[in-house]
Every structure is written in structure tokens, then in C-alpha cells.
Design a protein around this ligand. Structure first.
Ligand code: ATP
Ligand code: MG
Length: 361
């Protein structure tokens, strides 16, 4: 099969690599430079977007900001309505989807102007997180508010763009569910992944390490089912949750979704018999999903570092991935997967390597 991916970042590259290993031909379309590129190459093909679409059997994506011209030109080659996916780049549409599907999320309101935001903040009785409706990632385009703060100054800054204000959630931890939905509606999910963020950026993920209460896994998979069914989704889909409450009282609130492969799923490249990229390729090509076998794996992001230390490249338990991007503080430039026996060993790895691998802004 011939697959064209929209986007040529690391997710597109890793999707393409998986596609090749399944015997498919893959090309990437850079939405930044409008070029059609073979996998891993910096030289472009002398092809127009229309020619690449014509060549492809299927068009998929590494990021949800699918340009309107691609949506129009490739309409017949998508396995689902890409306009619905693009709508998820707006947090208002995303939160509305959660409410429509009746999956629990932090209470929210939208605002369109500085004065609307001022009014909203002046009535607020609890801490809020303000998020720009569009364009935020890695914690960018977000502001924190608590009653008593300077409303005018905050509204002047945050209200420049439309956004949402949601209750600040006092969560115990953050987890994500990564899974895939096939053309026939079948679903395959990994166990809930524990995620730790620093300054809004994913620092590390624990895959198959934490014990996940069955009730939470079920709640997460129910949300996955409802959201992907409502979207008539095909492919890998990720949901970020907050865990609130302890023990038997614990439950999940959705933070946000990513209609694509996700950074918190990178551990599956080492810790599962079928990686999230393989799972996406299976969904696109109608191959059945496998029975998943999981090995506990820590995924440490490489953020802003100039390189991955040689000691890790040589370590028998570590698999290093370098994205060939220019490092700058706060930018994800690679990740390292480390198979670990248990949580204590994972924490030792984090303690030993995190500072050397992560340079934040
Ligand atoms: P990503 O890079 O995952 O796309 P993002 O910038 O889109 O991130 P969010 O995931 O919404 O934004 O927020 C980043 C982080 O900020 C969250 O992982 C969480 O730690 C914190 N956060 C966001 N919303 C809330 C909230 N309502 N209450 C408490 N913490 C929050
Ligand atoms: Mg997030």
C-alpha cells in the first residue's frame, strides 16, 4: 500500500519507518515547506501535493493541523472525515466533544475578548487554568489564575486570543491512554501510562510499570470508545487524563486528546510486541490488531540537550532515538526507552539521567 503522511516531524518519520517494515511505501508532506519528501531525506521530490495525493492509496497524518487544501484535495484518500480531526485543534470544539460524549472533564467556559475574560475572572471563586483556543502545545499558551490575582493584567495578556478557562484540577497524577480503532470498529489499547511533566512538557512516561486499577483502565477505555466512535475514527488516538481521588475513590477526568500517535506512547517501541506506530499502520491497512504483550518500560524525553550521552547509546537496557532537530531549550529532540524491572529502578534511572537529557527554557 502507498501511504502519504501529512507532516514530516519525528512522528511522521517513525510512522513511515513502521510502514516500511510492514511492506508499504511511505512519503511525507511537509506542511511547513509544502514539499513532498521521502522518509528521512532532507531533499524533496519534484512532486506537487496533488501528484503525491494521486500516488497514495491512503492519506494519514502525524499532526491534527491538517491544512484546508490537503483536506479538500485528499478527501477520497482519508479513512475518515479529516475536518472533524482538524476541529480538535480548537480547545472549544475539543471540550464540547467531551461534553457531548459525556466523558468527565474539568468544568470550563469559553471567552472571546479581553472584556469577556475580565468578567469571567471577576466571578471566579476557584483557581483556573486559561488556555488559548488554538496553537498551544507543551504548556505554551496557558496562564494560571487564582482569586485575588490582578484580573486586568492577566486578561490583557491571555484575552488577546479566544480561549477557555477551566477549573484547576488538584490531580494525584497524570495518565494517558493510547490505543487504536480499526476500520471495522475494533479497538486495541495499551495499559494506562503514567506521565510526569515539567513546566508543561512531558518529561517521562512509565509504560506497563505502575499498577493500574482495573476500574480506571475500564473508565479510560470507555472514554476511548465513546470519543473514537463519535468521530468515526480510524488509527491511533491518545487521551490525557488527570487522576483525582485516592484508592477506590480514584477516577479520571479528561484533560485533552490527540487524534494521532502520541509522545507518551513512545515507550511501546521497546516495551510492546506492537508499537503505537505499528498499531496505526495496522489500523490504516485493515490488518487485525495483535494480542498485546507488554514489558515495563520508562521513556525519558530528550529536551533541548545537544546530544544523548554515549553512555546511554552503549547501555544494554537503553534504546536511544535522536530526531535530528536543532536543540534549543524546551524543544523535544529525542527520547530514550529503558526497560526496567519496577518503579524503583525506573526512578533511579530518572534521577541519574533526567538533568543531563533535559534543558528547559
Ligand atoms: P501537550 O504538549 O500535551 O499538547 P498542552 O500544552 O497542549 O500539552 P495541556 O496538556 O492542556 O497542554 O496542559 C499541559 C499540562 O499543564 C498538563 O499536562 C498538566 O500538567 C497541566 N494542566 C493543564 N490543565 C490543567 C488543569 N485544568 N488543572 C491542573 N493542571 C493542568
Ligand atoms: Mg497535554
Amino acid at each position: 500500500m502507498k501511504v502519504l503522511f501529512v507532516g514530516d516531524g519525528q512522528l511522521g518519520q517513525m510512522l513511515g519507518a513502521s510502514g516500511i517494515s510492514h511492506g508499504h511505501e511511505c512519503l511525507l508532506f511537509s506542511t511547513r515547506t509544502q514539499e513532498v519528501k521521502p522518509l528521512s531525506a532532507h531533499v524533496a521530490l519534484p512532486w506537487t501535493l496533488a501528484e503525491a495525493i494521486d500516488w497514495a492509496d491512503v492519506v494519514s497524518w502525524e499532526h491534527e493541523a491538517i491544512p484546508a487544501d490537503v483536506i479538500a484535495a485528499a478527501h477520497d484518500k482519508f479513512l475518515m472525515d479529516p475536518a472533524r480531526i482538524k476541529s480538535l485543534t480548537d480547545r472549544r470544539a475539543e471540550k464540547k466533544l467531551f461534553d457531548d460524549c459525556r466523558v468527565g472533564t474539568s468544568p470550563w467556559q469559553s471567552y472571546g475578548t479581553v472584556s469577556e475574560l475580565e468578567k469571567l475572572l471577576s466571578k471566579a471563586e476557584q483557581p483556573l487554568v486559561l488556555k488559548a483556543a488554538r496553537g498551544g502545545y507543551d504548556g505554551k499558551g496557558q496562564w494560571r489564575f487564582k482569586p485575588g490575582d490582578d484580573i486586568q493584567a492577566l486578561a490583557a495578556e491571555a484575552g488577546k486570543e479566544p480561549g477557555i478557562a477551566e477549573h484547576m484540577i488538584p490531580f494525584n497524577k497524570e495518565v494517558s491512554l493510547v490505543g487504536a480503532r480499526g476500520k471495522d470498529g475494533s479497538v486495541c489499547c495499551y495499559p494506562l501510562i503514567t506521565n510526569v511533566h515539567t513546566q508543561g512538557i512531558l518529561s517521562y512516561s512509565l509504560g506497563g510499570i505502575d499498577e493500574v486499577p482495573e476500574a480506571l483502565q475500564q473508565q479510560a477505555e470507555e472514554a476511548f470508545h465513546r470519543l473514537t466512535t463519535a468521530l468515526n475514527y480510524v488509527g491511533v488516538f491518545a487521551i490525557e487524563f488527570f487522576v483525582v481521588g485516592e484508592g477506590k475513590e480514584a477516577e479520571l477526568l479528561i484533560n485533552e486528546v490527540a487524534p494521532r500517535v502520541h509522545n507518551s506512547g513512545h515507550w511501546t517501541m521497546s516495551g510492546a510486541n506492537c508499537s503505537q506506530f505499528d498499531l496505526h499502520m495496522r489500523a490504516l491497512t485493515g490488518m487485525p490488531f495483535p494480542q498485546l504483550h507488554i514489558e515495563p518500560t520508562l521513556m525519558l524525553n530528550v529536551i533541548g540537550a545537544q546530544q544523548i550521552p554515549v553512555g546511554l547509546w552503549h547501555h544494554q537496557d537503553a534504546q536511544c532515538h535522536w530526531y535530528n532537530k536543532d536543540p534549543r531549550p524546551g524543544r523535544k529532540v529525542g527520547h530514550v526507552n529503558i526497560r526496567t524491572a519496577n518503579l524503583a529502578t525506573a526512578k533511579t534511572w530518572v534521577k541519574q539521567w533526567r538533568e543531563r537529557l533535559q534543558v528547559l527554557a
